[in-house]
Design a protein around this ligand. Structure first.
Ligand code: WTA
Length: 632
């Protein structure tokens, strides 16, 4: 495979080329794909609009680059290996030709139910091969999928359906997750009471629990595909036609629908997968994410399948039925590349080495991390006990908006440095800027992380609201994409990500906007006002701390705290439930009425040093009350 970088000098060489002649660089990679019509211009861009187009006027279907391109050579190669939640249930392997046939069959089912090019389809499903089939079938018929993590609540699901005016929802009767069985279809039913755009719901039978099927709206997956042919002619798409929308939290308001388009995303997800993980044909690759997140999109489904890889999909959780489950799976399938999140590492680290010891893990060649900064302790544990000290650890920094890995070591090529994402991938031009937006050049600098040149898989817009895309990402620093993260370039020129500098909390690798959680808390009738901040959490990385002003009549403090947590769980989902709720008499505010979150963050982190001058506050006296209330 000619696009795989082999050496460190090879990396520097490719990087140079990608900066000096980005269009020629990406053209060369894109040319190895199958296009129905070649592009007329490689790149068109300005970051003011923003307006970014890659492979202008190129025509293709992404799935032809998974199937038609690989079938002759890899028809019998496993594309997806699926490990169920319950280890006693039979696993499944789908070869490229089987996946092709099942995808085509589902394309025909989608068509029969009225789905065509440009329609939005919500996927709210468990981690089963059908979730990947659903994504691929949407891409093949030209529909735009929006996968919603099946842990989100009915109201979060309804918001997403309404925002993109989805015509169809793909779901299951229920989900298995560890010992739990989740009533997924019931959540969809509840969501749909608030939506009018959805015409059909296709329901996969997974748990066989009883569900309510609405006449003329709901049909079973097995009935939808029954009798449908295994052939389907892929729809011709423009390089800039939307491939998918993925909702993600930001610092303001409701989650935004990040839009990715076809050509650039295809090229970059493939290229980054191949190079970061140094995938070789025949390797078994496993990413433990859920397809509801961008990591699942780019590095369970699209990147690996475009590279003709074998991708393992796991339905369950790391601790079920025992805390050695991940390692058991690694040995069972002889996994070569393993990609997970720091929060999972820390959670498993807490069980000690006993659950790791029964497994050899000798097949592992590369281990990876994503989702949040990996602390040095977790880095070493992962490196020493899982990688046995001889697997390169790739700490991959990227975002829903970037579509693919941006800053990371290339496994075995870039020297490892604990807790450093390290160097940018070819084609990625990161800059560190100060508060005024001046680029800080040279080493030993720290500031906000921006990207100053387009890369193929960058977001193009936020669905239905281009102005928002401009304001959130392209207005803070003129002419640059602002990531929302802080970063440091150390004395060796290695990049270290320092975490979010905006009002986004990273809980177990999942992004939560403080405003979003506050809005949910404020729905509780007894709540007057609230402020939410993140605080350091041993396993989750960050936890959610809510300071709430309440009307206490008729409630005890304990009951009210529980009700508030429950309200957030119901409105957003279990991942957003505050870890700590503190009832406070007031919130520290500036004279212009802005909440001083800096002070609240200090209290939540139990760090009262450098509280700063509080005398200029509108209500300095509440600070002492809050500190006392926090037991400090
Ligand atoms: C954080 C996940 C440090 C970061 C792919 C980013 C990281 C946000 C890393 C995006 C990493 C992700 N080191 N921080 N290796 N990877 N982040 O959109 O704050 O769910 O902005 O994408 O996660 O989260 P998202």
């Amino acid at each position: 495979m000619s696009h795989k970088i082999q050496t460190l000098s090879g990396y520097f060489h490719e990087y140079q080329k990608s900066v000096l002649e980005p269009e020629a660089f990406w053209s060369r990679i894109a040319e190895s794909f199958h296009w129905r019509k070649k592009w007329t211009k490689t790149l068109e861009w300005d970051f003011e609009g923003p307006n970014v187009k890659w492979f202008v006027n190129g025509k293709l279907n992404l799935t032809e680059n998974i199937f038609e391109r690989h079938l002759y050579t890899k028809g019998e190669t496993p594309a997806i290996i699926w490990e169920p939640n319950n280890p006693d249930e039979p696993n499944r392997t789908l070869t490229y030709s089987e996946l092709y046939r099942l995808t085509n069959q589902f394309c025909n089912a989608l068509k029969a139910q009225g789905i065509g090019k440009g329609d939005r389809v919500i996927i709210y499903m468990p981690m089963v091969p059908e979730a990947a089939i659903a994504m691929l079938a949407c891409a093949r018929v030209g529909a735009i999928h929006s996968v919603v993590f099946a842990g989100f609540s009915a109201s979060s699901l309804a918001d997403r359906i309404n925002d993109c005016q989805a015509k169809m929802v793909l779901t299951s009767d229920g989900n298995f997750r560890g010992q739990k069985q989740i009533e997924v279809k019931a959540v969809v039913d509840e969501a749909l009471t608030k939506c009018t755009s959805v015409q059909k719901v296709i329901v996969l039978q997974r748990t066989h629990q009883p569900v309510n099927m609405v006449t003329n709206r709901d049909l079973w997956w097995h009935n939808a595909i029954d009798g449908q042919p295994y052939e389907f002619e892929a729809e011709e798409m423009d390089a800039e036609d939307m491939l998918f929308i993925l909702y993600t939290s930001g610092s303001t308001g409701k989650p935004k629908g990040v839009v990715h388009t076809t050509g650039g995303y295809m090229v970059y997800s493939y290229y980054s997968f191949l190079n970061v993980f140094q995938y070789s044909q025949g390797d078994i690759y496993w990413c433990t994410a859920d397809v509801g997140w961008i990591t699942g999109h780019s590095y369970i489904v699209y990147g690996p399948l475009l590279a003709g890889a074998t991708t393992l999909m796991f339905e369950g959780v790391p601790t079920h039925p025992h805390p050695g489950r991940f390692w058991e799976i690694v040995d069972k399938y002889k996994v070569n590349q393993f990609y997970t999140a720091p929060t999972a590492i820390r959670a498993l680290q807490a069980y000690g080495l006993e659950p790791v010891e029964p497994y050899s893990l000798s097949s592992l060649k590369v281990i990876g991390s994503v989702g949040e900064p990996i602390n040095e302790e977790a880095w070493h544990w992962y490196h020493d006990h899982i990688g046995k000290g001889n697997c390169p650890l790739v700490d991959t920094w990227w975002q829903t908006e970037t579509g693919g890995i941006m800053i990371s070591a290339l496994a075995g090529i870039t020297p490892n440095k604990p807790a450093h994402a390290s160097l940018p991938l070819p084609g990625v031009q990161p800059v560190i800027v100060d508060a005024e937006g001046n680029e800080l050049t040279g080493n030993n600098v720290e500031g906000n992380l921006c990207i100053k040149f387009p890369w193929p898989s960058m977001l193009r817009t936020t669905y239905g609201d281009h102005e928002k895309c401009k304001n959130v990402y392209f207005s803070t620093y003129k002419g640059m994409y602002f990531t929302g993260d802080g970063a440091k370039r150390d004395h060796d020129g290695y990049l270290r990500i320092l975490g979010r500098v905006d009002d986004v909390i990273n809980v177990s690798g999942h992004r939560m906007g403080t405003a979003e959680v506050e809005n949910a808390i404020n729905e509780h009738p007894k709540v007057v006002e609230s402020a939410v901040v993140g605080f350091p959490h041993e396993v989750k990385g960050q936890g959610i701390y809510a300071f709430v002003i309440c009307d206490m009549t008729g409630r005890t403090e304990e009951s009210l705290k529980e009700e508030i947590k429950e309200t957030v769980r119901k409105i957003i989902g279990p991942i957003a439930k505050p870890d700590i709720v503190q009832i406070v008499p007031g919130l520290p505010k500036t004279r212009s009425g802005k909440i001083m979150r800096r002070i609240l963050r200090k209290v939540a982190s139990k760090d009262l040093s450098n509280l700063g001058d509080t005398s200029t506050l509108l209500n300095p006296e509440v600070v002492d009350d809050i500190i006392k209330g926090a037991g400090l």
